[in-house]
Design a protein around this ligand. Structure first.
Ligand SMILES: C[S@@+](CC[C@H](N)C(=O)[O-])C[C@H]1O[C@@H](n2cnc3c(N)ncnc32)[C@H](O)[C@@H]1O
Length: 374
């Protein structure tokens, strides 16, 4: 197929990498809605899909607005069946292309996914840049509300770190950003165009940017760049490998460690092996052993000869992209090998296998136990 033909096909058909992208979106938004609806605090959830596209592709694949609205509907009925109510939900679906917005609206109607009892849905056809300002302003003043913003452009030139900062100022918003890292990386290796230089410059001074050996290191540099610019936030990536040389990436931003943990759970749900992405190859398990070792090695280095609290370990493990249950496994085996001491605040030994690595203890009892390597 010609390059133009390929491009057109990728825009008209939901390709594998996009399928993985919307699948992650679906897993995540399900978890998100359930948690926020149960937090006993939030009275409204706002969902923004700023580049929503046409809802359904020529090959029948669902786009982000359908995935989002299905999750909203499922959550509503699952709560209703338990005689519970979910908070009010407002959704904004936007795309510059009016015909795509109209197609989305028709499809959602056809699939009975527009129901004002469940959610108030607004459709807009505005330029992202303009909408962003309005949205950031709107979000700056929300109280007892939470917001989730999905940003899925064709081109990175639309996106600035400052946009994410603006949207997240209120500490109540989470952002999922899709960047075509594969193309960006290719450009980086072939005489970096100005648009990419400008994009990178905003994240890392261009003189400090190292030319990447491969797309993975490119993604990692971007992630570290985002993290160093947005120190108050938790940043992680979800990579989607289309084939051996093509990798795409979602970036996730949250100001709340619990939201971060949920995102990591969504990642691990999709790729139970490595938690670092969605692979199409059957050799999924290839790096599983290495990944587990990586956590043990990093934990050993972090702990060294110091005592570390449950809160410190909890945060450290999440920032590495692992879940508490993985750290529990490592600690468990260290305990069996008599390599680890776990001491309660009163100086006595904790019960075997009791590590208290969870959000509740992180928040309410951060020094419940301390860990020390023997
Ligand atoms: C990658 S597609 C979105 C796909 C969609 N999220 C899905 O899951 O099917 C990017 C969309 O951005 C829209 N777009 C391009 N420039 C835009 C702009 N400046 N503001 C808003 N939307 C724009 C395009 O019409 C296109 O539908």
């Amino acid at each position: 197929m010609s390059k133009v033909g390929k491009k057109r096909s990728s825009k008209k058909n939901l390709l594998n990498h996009s399928e993985a992208k919307v699948r992650l979106l679906g897993v995540y938004i399900n978890k998100y809605l359930n948690i926020i609806s149960n937090d006993g605090y939030s009275q409204k959830i706002r969902i923004y899909d700023l580049f929503c596209g046409e809802g359904v592709y020529d090959n029948g694949g669902y786009g982000s607005p359908v995935v989002l609205m299905k999750a909203v509907k499922d959550c509503y009925y699952s709560f209703l069946s338990r005689s519970k109510r979910i908070p009010k939900i407002d959704v904004l679906l936007n795309d510059l292309d009016e015909s795509k917005v109209a197609k989305t609206k028709n499809f959602l109607t056809e699939k009975s996914l527009l129901n004002s009892d469940i959610a108030k849905v607004d459709f807009k056809s505005e330029d992202y840049k303009d909408l962003l300002k309005v949205t950031a302003k709107e979000l700056a003043s929300i109280k007892q509300e939470k917001a989730f913003v999905f940003i899925d452009p064709y081109e990175y030139k639309h996106i600035k770190v400052s946009h994410i900062k603006e949207l997240m100022k209120n500490k109540k918003t989470e952002v999922l950003l899709w960047l075509p890292t594969q193309f960006m990386y290719r450009f980086e290796t072939n005489g970096t165009p100005t648009a990419l230089k400008d994009f990178i410059e905003e994240i890392v001074p261009y003189k400090d940017w190292n030319k990447s050996d491969n797309v993975w290191s490119f993604i990692n540099q971007l992630r570290e760049g985002f993290q160093s610019k947005l120190t108050e936030l938790y940043v992680d990536t979800f990579t989607i490998q289309k084939d051996s040389s093509t990798v795409f990436c979602l970036f996730f931003f949250t100001s709340h460690i619990k939201g971060f943990e949920k995102m990591l759970e969504a990642k691990w749900d999709i790729d139970a092996e490595a938690g670092k992405g969605w692979h199409y190859s059957p050799q999924l398990g290839l790096f599983a052993g290495q990944e587990t070792n990586k956590l043990a090695v990093e934990l050993e280095e972090f702990m060294g000869s110091k005592e570390r609290s449950n809160a410190e370990i909890f945060e450290f493990v999440l920032r590495l992209g692992f879940l508490p249950k993985h750290a529990n496994e490592v600690f468990d085996s260290w305990q069996v090998d008599s390599k680890l001491e776990v001491i309660l605040a009163n100086g006595t030994r904790a019960r075997k296998k009791s590590f208290y690595l969870n959000y509740k203890n992180y928040r309410d009892d951060p020094d419940k136990v301390s860990f020390k390597l023997k």
